[in-house]
Design a binder for this molecule. Structure first.
Ligand SMILES: NC(=O)c1ccc[n+]([C@@H]2O[C@H](COP(=O)([O-])OP(=O)(O)OC[C@H]3O[C@@H](n4cnc5c(N)ncnc54)[C@H](O)[C@@H]3O)[C@@H](O)[C@H]2O)c1
Length: 263
């Protein structure tokens, strides 16, 4: 797996999972560009990782993405890898323990769908076009366990991530059929990792497991959450020549959660 001087764009690159993936490619010699709306977290990473670029941007704003894409193309010549990591739960769209779905304001459900579906769709179109034109590139989307069977309280998120699986298959076929077999699109479906967007759902303020987390751990045959860098092996594989015949795949990285009925 040789990523030296490859241009790697990571949306949501200032978040917990995105920054871990970014550091992994950085350590392998890639030119890493982080796009995130969180300026403070971006600045901290750019200071820590010499040569990594941080661009404040919004994955839901196609004009903004287009100007970022133009900037990257003129500076680096193209994009080799796009990791669509921006996403997560939206406060207010997640049902509280005593709420049903009918207590959630529909526009908040829309917000969860927008961030988690359009937030991967738009960068795939804007940055994916550069890959299509060059005839090479690899996109990795982030799906979820919520696409295998229903997970309570997060309806908008679940619908959106199911859409990400469809987006992955659709773009994989489009790229291979119209732009050649060197442009590949895949996804990973993480199990449960403590990120900023789901911390409150998984941990009590004192750091102990919430009752939701206890259910998660009981349904995970490995009996634990993932550690943050445990996604990186699969991401590297999907972006490497080792995966030259892999496209349209969604790979669960979940300690067995999706394989287990719970009984
Ligand atoms: N943590 C988990 O267990 C888990 C499980 C399955 C899937 N995921 C997915 O992995 C991805 C990363 O999750 P995380 O846990 O690292 O979350 P995180 O909150 O730590 O990181 C998400 C990042 O996305 C950025 N972001 C949000 N909206 C944006 C926008 N409109 N434009 C640009 N940047 C934006 C945030 O600023 C943040 O830095 C998400 O797509 C999430 O749904 C996480």
């Amino acid at each position: 797996m040789n990523f030296k001087n490859k241009t790697v764009v990571v949306t949501g690159g200032a978040g917990v999972l995105g920054s871990s993936m970014a550091k992994c490619f950085y350590e392998l010699g890639a030119k890493v560009i982080l796009i995130d709306r969180n300026q403070e977290a971006l600045d901290a990473l750019v200071n820590e990782l010499e040569g990594v670029e941080g661009i404040v941007g919004d994955v839901l704003d196609t004009l903004n993405l287009t100007s970022i894409a133009d900037e990257i193309k003129s500076k680096h010549g193209g994009i080799d890898i796009l990791l669509n990591v921006a996403g997560g739960n939206i406060e207010g769209a997640t049902q509280k323990e005593d709420q049903t779905v009918f207590d959630i304001d529909p526009p908040l459900i829309d917000k969860a769908i927008e961030l988690n579906l359009h937030g991967s769709l738009y960068p795939s179109l804007v940055f994916g076009k550069i890959m299509a034109e060059s005839g090479a590139g690899s996109i990795v989307n982030i799906s979820s366990m919520a696409t295998y069977s229903a997970i309570t309280r997060v309806m908008g998120y679940s619908i959106a991530k199911s859409g990400v699986n469809s987006l992955t298959q659709w773009m994989a076929c489009e790229m291979a059929r119209n732009f050649g077999d060197k442009v590949r699109v895949n996804a990973i479906a993480p199990g449960f990792f403590i990120g900023n967007q789901n911390r409150k759902l998984l941990l009590n303020p004192d750091g102990s497991l919430t009752s939701r987390s206890e259910k998660v751990i009981n349904k995970t045959p490995m009996g634990r959450f993932g550690t943050i860098d445990e996604l990186n092996g699969a991401v590297k594989f999907l972006c490497s020549d080792e995966a030259s015949f892999v496209t349209g795949a969604v790979i669960p990285i979940d300690g067995g959660f999706s394989a287990f009925s719970g009984v």
